[in-house]
Design a protein around this ligand. Structure first.
Ligand code: ACM
Length: 273
């Protein structure tokens, strides 16, 4: 929220900006149908969160916040009037206000809000924890401002990206993220002081499945890159050694093999991705 809202707006058109009925989207990607940031929508989404809190006892609740195209807010006299009424500068501050409301709601229930790094735009909500995906810059900014951060940049942590540029490689969403680049990730940026670095809670890998149609393909994207990510998260940088990691993965492959996991073998026959 407030983007990725088309399915909800299809069911409850009053949550949208235009009032036009929508179908549930059958494609993936980013689309302009966004929640109306009205009090009515905020209340609705807080009620949804109440149900989410019952289902998930964990401290952190991720509200997204990414890919919220503001075209509908820009074009809407109603949203523009709300921006003015709230004394906000622009649509980014409108999203920030919206996220502040979710943050306050979650904080009152003893939980903490997580959002993708777009929630920095227009001002970070006081209790927000940031997941940095468009690089690590958002995470650095958040940590310097005293907010907790999980690093999950596309450059190192998006396991839906292809693993090589070999012609026979199983498709990914694009990109090229070989094993050694995942392994080489350092989630605590040198730009942070020791005090700021304490805000880096860790790293997260993502496998979005737009281009993945089977469990076997997911496993192929995950292994062994997920093992590299585990080492990124758990091993002190000075103790990391890629050659040593590869030697251990060659052994680990036997475990994956015996449990029937469709891993991407490190040593493949020539011409086979
Ligand atoms: C994201 O990949 N949109 C967080």
């Amino acid at each position: 929220m407030p983007g990725h809202a088309q399915a909800a707006i299809a069911a409850y058109p009053e949550l949208g900006v235009t009032g036009q009925p929508l179908e549930v989207w059958t494609q993936w990607g980013v689309n302009p149908n966004i929640f109306n940031p009205s009090e009515k929508t905020i209340l609705f989404l807080q009620n949804v969160l109440t149900e989410v809190l019952e289902l998930f006892p964990g401290k952190f609740i991720h509200v997204g916040g990414d890919e919220a195209i503001k075209d509908e807010w820009k074009a809407s006299p109603e949203v523009q009037a709300r921006i003015k009424e709230l004394g906000l500068k622009d649509e980014r501050e409108m999203q920030s206000y919206f996220t502040h409301r979710m943050d306050a709601f979650l904080a009152a229930k003893g939980r903490r809000l997580f959002g993708w790094d777009e929630i920095l735009e227009g001002g970070l909500a006081p209790g927000a924890t940031v997941m940095s995906w468009r690089g690590i810059e958002g995470g650095i900014t958040a940590a310097k401002a005293g907010h907790d951060v999980v690093m999950s940049p596309t450059t190192n942590a998006y396991l839906d990206y292809a693993q090589s540029q070999d012609p026979g490689e199983l498709p990914g969403i694009g990109g090229n993220l070989p094993l050694d680049v995942v392994y080489g990730f350092e989630p605590v940026p040198a730009a942070l002081t020791a005090e700021e670095a304490r805000h880096i809670l860790g790293a997260q890998a993502n496998i979005w499945t737009e281009y993945i149609a089977s469990l076997g393909h997911i496993e192929y994207m995950a292994f062994p890159r997920l093992a590299a990510m585990a080492e990124v998260g758990w091993t002190a940088p000075g103790r990391k050694n890629y050659d040593d990691f590869v030697a251990r993965i060659l052994v680990h492959e036997q475990r994956l093999q015996s449990t029937g996991v469709n891993y991407r073998a490190i040593k493949r026959p020539p011409g086979k991705a």
